[in-house]
Design a protein around this ligand. Structure first.
Ligand code: FRU
Length: 506
């Protein structure tokens, strides 16, 4: 493998411009900027306008992936929560639909899930879509009560277009627990019953029901000797096969308001056993689904085709979410990722891989092969992948001629991969956006890494070793990034591939 110095060679420029010409890609940066609302992603889901947080009610039905989401239609900051709604046939192009659930006398509509009631267990009709969500009563909260969160259900007989709230709400009253929310319901095939994971402060409670209306408590799960990670939120529970074996394990996902590895909120997972009543794990340390600061409240689809476990997270962080410098809308979702389970020695871990479908939208902007630095006006709507070998520290930079830059690399003596967005563009809207800088992720002693990047107008998603390690970060450069540069010495890149991603948003 050739050792690449920090030099942008003429040959590389020629190869890339020839490539661009042959593919008739001619719009210039100014035009890209003018036609696109600043920071609006090219291929990530955002609401058309106003505030969005958690993905809710992820369910596949009648050829559509439904995406409901925490939505406040009157402002670009959080407020009385509704469920916004969009759907997609491929998880790439989304169709915006009318608001699904509005607050009512029982409260705001907080996070939750959706199922398709194929056997009409609830009596709302065969194949009714049923949403199970948290009611958050702002009046009770203001009055100083602790029982202001309860669980409610609503149903739709027209594929999620119109909804009726169940007249017997709430279906789970509050047992005297302040943070009591975010029900994830799924059909447990082995037991032939609906089951629910619900968070309650610092633990999960499991319930089950035969009709989605009356729920019986099964058990609780706590992580012994746990660190203080703030309130537990947005649980998910599902079974996955261990790749390359006949073993199966259950995965419990929990989001945490504070204390994530690089600050603020983040999402953790536990691998263990669920016997239909109790979840147990032999895991002794926290495992995080993403070490970047912008992947929160993520959950997976019910009923996805081919049993795929497709995960979508909210691409922000409660530490600074309400301050990010977008105007008409605020917050995007992460790219949809397929989760798979792997085992190395006695350790189980998840890999996150962006769904394959994006390849449909890819158009090569660089020939495959060995290269060093790379320049393209489409860098900020691209997918890049390469292998990198090094024998000392590694440092790469995504940037532009205006010195806005996002750096990432590996500290050899510490076994740590890092990202640094402290000079990535607009960063001064809140101090926790750049604190800590750099962001760190321990990956052990390495001489090579496989790196995959998805770069959009206001995000950089980094996947290392086929998604074993992930860092998702928002960035707000005032001018588009156009270069990927290798800044470290003794760094060899091979198998480099960069592809432009077509815009899937308006
Ligand atoms: C997570 C969360 C949930 C809650 C929702 C309110 O981001 O705090 O626990 O249901 O957001 O919008």
């Amino acid at each position: 493998m050739r050792v690449i110095q920090f030099v942008f060679t003429i040959a590389v420029i020629l190869v890339f411009s020839a490539c661009r010409n042959s593919e008739r890609i001619e719009p210039n940066i100014t035009r890209v900027q003018q036609t696109k609302e600043q920071f609006r992603p090219h291929f990530h889901f955002t609401p058309e306008e106003k505030w969005m947080n958690d993905p809710n009610g992820l369910v596949y039905h009648n050829e559509y992936y439904h995406l409901f989401y925490q939505y406040y239609p009157d402002s670009t900051v959080w407020g009385p929560m509704h469920w916004g709604h969009a759907r997609s046939k491929d998880l790439l192009k989304w169709e915006h639909l009318p608001i699904a659930l509005y607050p009512d006398s029982l409260g705001y509509i907080f996070s939750g899930s959706a199922v398709v009631d194929k056997k009409n267990t609830a009596g709302f009709g065969k194949d009714a879509m049923v949403a199970i969500y948290t009611y958050h009563d702002p009046v009770g909260e203001k009055a100083g009560a602790i029982d202001f969160q309860t669980q409610g259900i609503a149903y739709s007989n027209d594929d999620g277009m119109t909804w009726t709230k169940y007249s017997g709400n709430p279906v789970i009253p509050n047992p005297g627990i302040r943070d009591f929310r975010d029900p994830k319901v799924f059909w447990n095939d082995e037991k032939g019953i609906w089951q629910m994971a619900l968070v309650a402060g610092d633990h999960v409670i499991f319930y089950e029901s035969s009709d989605l209306k009356s729920w019986i408590k099964l058990s609780e799960f706590r992580f012994e000797d746990d660190e203080d990670l703030g309130v537990w939120e947005c649980p998910d529970l599902f079974k996955l096969p261990v790749e390359g074996s006949f073993e199966e394990k259950w995965v419990l996902i929990i989001s945490h308001g504070t204390g994530a590895p690089n600050g603020g909120s983040g999402t953790r997972y536990f691998i263990g056993e669920f016997d239909g009543t109790t979840f147990i794990t032999e895991q002794t340390a926290s495992k995080w689904i993403d070490y970047g600061t912008d992947n929160y409240a993520g959950v997976t689809y019910n009923d996805a085709p081919a049993n795929n476990r497709i995960f979508i997270g909210w691409m922000s962080n409660w530490a600074y979410a309400i301050y990010t410098p977008t105007k008409r809308w605020r917050s995007a979702m992460t790219l949809p990722r397929t989760l798979t389970l792997h085992k190395e020695g006695n350790t189980y871990y998840l890999k996150s891989k962006v769904i394959d479908g994006y390849k449909v939208f890819l158009e090569s902007i660089a020939s495959e092969g060995e290269t060093g630095d790379f320049e393209s006006e489409f860098l900020q709507r691209s997918h890049m992948s390469f292998q990198v070998s090094f024998d000392s520290d590694l440092k790469l930079e995504i940037g532009n001629q205006f010195k806005e830059r996002f750096t990432f690399g590996y500290l050899k003596d510490k076994g740590i991969f890092y990202t640094n967005r402290s000079r990535s563009g607009i960063v001064d809207f809140n101090e926790s956006f750049t604190n800590p800088s750099p962001q760190l992720m321990k990956i052990g002693d390495r001489n090579t890494l496989n790196i995959e990047l998805f770069i959009d107008s206001s995000s950089i998603e980094i996947f290392i070793d086929e998604g074993r390690y992930v860092m998702t970060n928002q960035v707000f450069p005032e001018n588009p990034y156009t270069t990927l540069r290798v800044l470290s010495q003794n760094t060899a890149i091979s198998g480099f591939k960069a592809e432009r991603i077509e815009s899937t948003t308006k």
